[in-house]
Design a binder for this molecule. Structure first.
Ligand code: AMP
Length: 188
């Protein structure tokens, strides 16, 4: 099963993905985690950090090789859960081509929506818990703007394909997870 999780920063994608991968037995592919894993002091890591630290999207020439390398691994052959990817319509097109070449397609797009004011509070709280450099007020504003201008169009792209499942992310994590399961069940 190929699932794409789309939602603004702070919507709770990471929390829900951890629960889902356990249930579905497919790998969790978080491009944010993969980019953060590049050694910060290496030349590549420095370039990656120069985007992450200011809340801008890393360029495709950095992101796509990391994604395609991961997708070539054995555990990704029959599906995975994308978290934070695709983030632009261009990335969605590249993913579509990759899957079509392998005679596969995205089964479901989960859209986790949460009001912007709730997101800012959540992200500021997370900053104190996880010590993420990009969870500060200025970078949060930039990440939300990047989501609105570059990632929200990805939803329209998938709506055109008719496979977006809408999930209210402004509820308890348990409630959100229950809604995700109901939504996935309803599309069978
Ligand atoms: P996340 O952990 O998903 O919130 O991502 C943290 C940061 O990593 C983002 O603000 C971007 O700078 C970068 N990033 C993550 N995924 C992507 C992607 N698919 N394309 C470009 N940049 C990304």
């Amino acid at each position: 099963m190929w699932i794409v999780f789309i939602g603004p920063p702070g919507a709770g994608k990471g929390t829900q993905c951890s629960r889902l991968v356990e249930l579905l037995g497919i790998p969790h592919l978080s491009t944010g985690d993969m980019l953060r894993d590049t050694e910060r002091d290496s030349p590549l890591g420095k370039v990656v950090a120069s985007y992450i630290d200011v809340g801008r999207l890393a360029p495709d020439y950095l992101v796509m090789p990391i994604v395609t390398k991961r997708l070539a691994e054995r555990d990704c052959q029959s599906g995975c859960l994308f978290d934070g990817f695709p983030r632009t319509v261009h990335q969605a097109d590249l993913l579509g081509e990759f899957l079509t070449e392998r005679k596969m397609r995205i089964d479901a797009v989960l859209h986790l929506h949460v009001a912007p004011n709730v997101l800012v509070d959540r992200l500021l709280k997370r900053a104190t818990l996880q010590n993420r450099k990009d969870d500060n007020k200025e970078t949060i504003t930039s990440r939300l703007e990047v989501y609105r201008t570059q990632t929200a169009p990805v939803l329209e792209h998938y709506r055109g394909q008719g496979n977006v499942l809408e999930i209210d992310g402004d509820q308890s994590a348990d409630r959100v997870f229950a809604d995700i399961l109901t939504a996935l069940e309803s599309r069978k």
